[in-house]
Design a protein. Structure first.
Length: 265
């Protein structure tokens, strides 16, 4: 059997959340290039419509649905609309989350709750809503976007790291619950040059720190993550489930150590 055709998604429908920019937008375009029709979700209508137009220019169908991942009713409505307008759902990619670093003493209860909600609850909710449609597919797959912070250790990242570690295990648990009909995996990016990192990377000294602390000596691009997501979304990974694939330049520790001092007596 030829290998390259295994990366094709012809006749499939993908739903990508957080698709207005960065990793989500790059992923939506990668899946379209592989032959999928794509529904793009985000809170920002003009961003997802621009992505949808690029998908249409690739000859694929696209629907842009403004959706707040924190609004359960909106998410349920968006999933139903995708299934109605594109007739099926085969692939779900969840690109949600984020949390600002802070010293442990300032990591209050609300910061923990908010990080868990943004990084775990929103993504799991999307998958749960999509399951009734995914089970009708003969090649259903889910890909969550986690973070290297979920398995690396550094000061200041408690809320974000704990939430992403929880997401990683949620991926394993969802895979167990949904076997054998729906494969569930995750990608754990390192430092990726998205809009969120551009301010940091614009400082030559900080950019040099990021690069020097990364074994491959560069910052990742959204396309690096999109390529990994395409693999996990396609038949090429048909024997892979419950896994978290690190795409982080070879990190063994955070590449932006924060200057947080020791706790004093």
């Amino acid at each position: 059997m030829a290998t390259l055709p295994l990366f094709r998604l012809d006749g499939r429908v993908a739903l990508v959340s957080g698709a207005g920019r960065g990793i989500g937008a790059a992923t939506a375009l990668a899946l379209a290039e592989a032959g999928a029709d794509v529904a793009v979700l985000s809170r920002t209508p003009d961003q997802i419509e621009a992505v949808a137009q690029q998908i249409r220019e690739l000859g694929r169908r696209a629907v842009a649905i403004p959706t707040d991942a924190g609004d359960a009713d909106a998410v349920a409505g968006a999933v139903a609309r995708v299934a109605e307008e594109l007739s099926r759902i085969d692939v779900v990619v969840s690109v949600t989350g984020g949390s600002m670093p802070r010293p442990f003493a300032n990591t209050h209860d609300e910061a923990l709750r908010k990080s868990f909600e943004n990084n775990v609850v929103h993504g799991v909710r999307l998958v749960r809503e999509a399951v009734p449609h995914l089970v009708k597919s003969d090649a259903a797959t889910v890909v969550m976007v986690s973070s290297s912070t979920g398995h690396l250790v550094g000061r200041g990242y408690l809320a974000y790291g704990a939430a992403k570690a929880s997401l990683d295990h949620a991926v394993r648990m969802m895979a167990a619950d949904l076997n054998p009909r729906i494969r569930v995996n995750a990608v754990a990016p390192g430092a990726i040059l998205t809009e969120a990192l551009e301010v940091v990377a614009a400082d030559p000294e900080m950019k040099a720190t990021l690069e020097s602390h990364t074994p491959l000596r560069r910052i990742g691009a959204p396309e690096d993550i999109a390529a990994a997501i395409l693999y996990l979304s396609s038949p090429a990974s048909s024997y892979v489930t419950g896994q978290v694939l690190a795409v982080d330049g070879g990190l063994v520790a955070p590449n932006m150590p924060l200057p947080i001092p020791d706790v004093e007596a």
